[in-house]
Each structure stands twice: as C-alpha cells, then as structure tokens.
Design a protein around this ligand. Structure first.
Ligand code: IMP
Length: 502
C-alpha cells in the first residue's frame, strides 16, 4: 500500500491570473483549434477540430442529430457503443451522409397534418420549411415541401390538410447525394428555389437552403473530412472490437474511442493492438479513462490516438461512492499532462488529452484547457440541448431534458464497467438537467467565454495558453465567495411524473 503525498483537487479549486494582454490579442486572432489525434511534434495531426469540445459516448447525448450539429459548430461527437453493431454503424452512416452546407430535416409532417399544426411546428423550431413525407417522420417516403410562403392560416384555414397546399415532389427540383455544395447553390439560383431537397432511395437526406447560401459564414468552422463530409467518432469496447471496429470503419467513421470507466488495462492494449495490426496508422483509436501518468504512458505506448482523463467526476456518476476509486479532475489532469509532455519530449510523439467529466460550468473548461487538456469531452452540457436524443419534459413550469449515466440501470452498459450481463450494481444515476436551447447558440457562447479568458491571459492559441497560463489554488473560504452574492431562487425539482412531455 502506498499513500500519495497530495490532496486530490477539483477544477473549481483553481483560478487563472491574467497575463499581459497585447494589442495582438483580439477575438478574431484567437484560435481555439485543437489536435484530436497523435502526431509528430511540430507536424499537423490527421484530424483537428476548430472548437475543442467533443460529446460524451452516451445514449442520452451522442445521436446522429447532435453529431451533425456539433460538427457544424466545429467539434465532434462519439456515437455511443451501448447498442447493436449494425445500429451504431447506421448512426455513423447517417452523419457521414451530411456535407458542409447541407442541413438535416428539422420538421417533417404528413399530408394529412392540419396547416395549423405546421404553422406551430415551424414557429417552435424557427424554421421556414417542412418536409412532407408519407409517415410524417424525417426518414419517411418524400412527398413534397410546405413552407411559410405556401399558405396563410386566415385564408386557407388551420384545419385544412397539408396536401391541399404542399408543393408536390413531381414539380420540385431535387438533387442526388453526389451533388456538391457549389452545384447545389447553382441549382438554387438557376431555378429560383428557396430549398433544394437532396434525395436518396426516396428519402430526403438533407436540404440546401437559399438563406444558407447567403449566410454560409455561419458554419465556417464545420469539422469535415477531405470530401467535405462531416466528421464523426464512435465508441467501442474491449469485448466485441474485432467485429465492431471493421463495421464502423466500413461506415466511414473518422475516429474511434474505447469507452471504459477504467482504461488502465491489458484489454485496452489488446484492442489497440488489434486496430494497429489490421489498419496500421489508417485508423485512430483513443483510449481511457485514466487519472495518472503511469496509465497514460501505458496507453500511449500501446498506440492510443488520444487519452481521456477522468474517473468519478461525471455529473451522473456514483463510481467514487460505489467503488472508492477516482481522483479530483485537476490533480488527475496535472499528473497526466506532465506525463504527456515528458512522452512527447522523449519520443517526438504528441498524444492529445481529453478532459472528461464533471465540468459544471464554462470556467471549468477554461481551467482544464489552461492546465494542458487539448479538448474537453462533455455529457451534461450537450444533454441539455435541443439536439440531444432524450425527451424534453416540464416539471413545475420549468423545462428539463432527461440525462442518465451509462452505469445506470436504465443504460445497462455492462461492457463499459467490466461487468457481465445484467449489471450487479449501478455506477450512475438517471435524472433531469435544465433545458438550455440550441447547440449552436450554447457552443458560440462558450467559445466567446474561452476566447475572452485567453485574451485576458495574453494567449491566442491553446498551445500558448498551455505554456503561459498561471494558475493559483484557492482557499475554501474564497470558494464560498466565488459567484454572485445574492439569493437566486432556483426552480425546485419534485418527485413524480413530469406534467408535460415533448
Ligand atoms: P459530465 O460531462 O459531467 O456529464 O460527464 C460525462 C462523462 O461521465 C462521460 O464522458 C463518461 O466518462 C462519464 N460517465 C458516463 N456515464 C457514467 C456513469 O453512469 N457513471 C460514471 N461515469 C459516467
């Protein structure tokens, strides 16, 4: 037995001391770009992300819809592995079908849907156009389009069906999935279209909107591959990897990540070895989670593309209480960052680090990046948003979204916790997080905060920030004085069923 001579510290126990802000430190010069995978020091990695945020490998978080939205905001999602291989493969394919400038279908209606409902749906989602399908769902057989320009409720009546005013497929200009963005924009101007549906096997894969041609600056950070398709990652486990990895690679996945609560294991090394023997450097596999330098070095030597740091800090996590393992996220990160830098110095190979779990607000992201994390993996943050796959519910007049841990009874992700069959005990909880709106708006706000802090510290790149940041531990007393000193009334969460479900 050995006891480390340190106190395990969390991210909220540190603050940044501002550095000299020079005239060069302006928001347009700040680059939040981060390497995602291992590379020779001083060289470019195969994959970079413009926004250093990735979504957690979780059922309640990383769906194709969220993956598209996050790639468009410059980050990347990891589609969860707690599902059949074919289902995960289909979800990866669904993301890879999207190209930059092409939108997913946000509103789908059936021919018999009343016009009043269409108007309400479009207003609620702030869209101007709905796709009409046989089933009324986005993946149904495509029948036509209906937009705000096609009907007027007072004139046409709220109870009239969509079929009376829709533009039917036969009269529409459409494109196939081989269309490029410039070709799609050309068709839009040539035929004076508001929207160009992109069709495959009778279904709408995406829409190119005229208003997007005019404002293509919006998604200028999109994470794309060489063919302009959105990039996406996927979780894997150390049990069925010999079947799961090839299936995901066939679907075009860009990066894989071992999904485990404790990654310091020979199982992970074996999985990494399998991928390396089969694909060489052609497939990137991240590993983790770890909380110290020994475990980092073990996985880096086994070939991990990046390493995830964090055990026991997640918002839905009960691992520390159930098993007594873990480490404060700041202590874990500082130890692993030192090991990463030593490894890079010795070998000339830089293995990026993801800080995963327990980031309760945007300032925690800043502190983690300052300490040396390359990017941040987030569960709770993304679960709160429109694009996450969980239900939106109303409790006592406040909106929430469901969020549950992979170690909860609801997720039953036994492979992640090294348990067999039914999980013998839980390591996570199932609950609600306050609803927070659209992904794009939230990520933009977070980016603005990261940028402002980096400017205060005199850094314009994350690499400079790692080198130049000055942090100070804070006393227990100053922790209580952080934040507004007023009484803010919080909404109460009561037991029982939500009163409204969307
Ligand atoms: P969050 O960002 O604080 O919500 O933490 C998300 C992270 O918690 C994930 O990326 C996982 O590493 C971890 N995690 C997910 N589910 C569980 C669970 O049930 N128990 C413990 N940790 C979990």
């Amino acid at each position: 037995m050995k006891i480390l001579d340190e106190i395990s510290r969390t991210l909220s126990e540190y603050l940044l001391i501002p550095g000299l802000t020079t005239e060069e430190c302006t928001p347009d010069r700040v680059d939040l770009g981060a390497p995602l995978v291992r590379h020779r020091t001083g060289e470019e990695p195969d994959i970079r992300i413009a926004t250093p945020m990735v979504s957690a490998i979780m059922q309640a978080v990383s769906s194709p819809r969220l993956a598209v939205a996050l790639a468009q905001a410059g980050g990347l999602s990891f589609i969860h592995q707690n599902q059949q291989i074919e289902d995960q493969q289909a979800e990866v394919l669904a993301v890879k079908r999207h190209k930059a400038g092409f939108r997913t279908v946000d509103v789908a209606v059936a021919p018999q849907t009343p016009l009043g409902d269409v108007a309400r749906l479009l207003a609620a989602t702030e869209q101007g156009m709905a796709v009409v399908t046989q089933s009324g769902t986005a993946d149904g057989e495509f029948l036509g389009l209906i937009g705000l320009d096609d009907f007027h409720l007072e004139r046409h009546g709220a109870t009239e069906p969509v079929s009376s005013r829709m533009r039917t497929r036969e009269g529409l200009v459409t494109a196939s999935t081989s269309v490029s963005l410039p070709e799609a924009n050309e068709l839009i101007w040539q035929h004076r279209l508001n929207a160009l549906p992109v069709i495959e096997n009778g279904q709408v894969v995406s829409l190119v909107l005229k208003k997007d041609c005019q404002a293509q600056q919006t998604y200028h950070r999109t994470t794309v591959d060489n063919a302009e398709r959105l990039r996406v990652g996927a979780g894997i486990n150390s049990r069925d990897y010999s079947d799961r990895i090839p299936a995901l690679v066939d679907a075009g996945v860009d990066v894989l990540c071992l999904d485990s609560s404790d990654g310091y294991s020979e199982y992970q090394a074996k999985t990494l070895e399998f991928a390396r023997n089969k694909y060489g450097d052609g497939v990137h596999v991240g590993a983790g989670n770890v909380v110290d330098g020994r475990a980092f070095r073990y996985l880096a030597e086994a070939g991990a593309a990046f390493v995830k740091v964090g055990i026991g800090g997640g918002a839905i996590c009960t691992t520390r209480a159930q098993k007594g393992i873990g480490r404060g996220q700041a202590s874990a990160l500082l130890d692993v960052v030192a090991a990463r830098d030593a490894y890079a110095h010795e070998t000339g190979t830089y293995v990026p680090l993801a800080c995963d779990g327990g980031l309760l607000n945007d300032s925690h992201m800043t502190i983690a990046l300052a300490m040396g994390a390359d990017f941040i993996m987030l569960g709770r943050y993304f679960a709160r948003l429109d694009e996450s796959p969980s239900r939106k519910v109303q409790i006592d007049g406040q909106w929430y979204k469901e969020y549950w841990g992979e170690g909860s009874r609801r997720a039953q992700n036994a492979a992640r916790y090294g348990q067999r069959g039914q999980m013998a005990f839980e390591e996570g909880v199932d609950g609600y997080v306050p609803y927070a709106g659209s992904l794009y708006d939230n990520v933009e706000e977070t980016r603005a905060k990261l940028t402002a802090t980096m400017i205060s510290c005199g850094s314009t790149t994350l690499r400079d920030f790692h080198r130049d940041a000055v942090l100070v531990p804070v006393s227990a007393e100053s922790l209580t004085q952080t934040g507004a000193q007023i009484h803010v009334r919080r909404p109460a969460i009561t037991d029982g069923e939500p009163s409204v479900i969307r």
